[in-house]
Design a protein around this ligand. Sequence first.
Ligand SMILES: [Zn+2]
Ligand SMILES: [Zn+2]
Length: 132
Amino acid sequence: MVHETLLQAGVDPTTRRVMVLEAVARAEGAVSAPELLSVLSGNMNKVTLYRILDLLVEHGVLARHTGPERAAHYCLGRGHGHFHCTRCGRCICLRLADAHLERLAGPELAGLGRVDDVELRVEGVCRDCLAE
Ligand SMILES: [Zn+2]
Ligand SMILES: [Zn+2]
């Protein structure tokens, strides 16, 4: 499935690219590059990882957005929002339907032109942290 995603995006599915995409897909929510590095434990150096992440963002396979502490976070797909927990730093993807995003973008935007992407950032404390 990861192979097909890469091929459809016009990216050659090399072993390393597949490894990175699989790691992002397995993650619960959006992940930062340092988190990915520790998941890939020693199988990849930092420069290679950043190069692959850039390539996947460029081809629209991954979305990059600013997470907690201004660190770049990566997740699958685009045009969705995120919930950031200010206590544990977790970054959870909000799978909003296109209709929701259009409504959030507001009627004022409709007059400005076409909306291709919306970056929605919600900040708070996650359920796990609240339970502690
Ligand atoms: Zn939390
Ligand atoms: Zn996301």
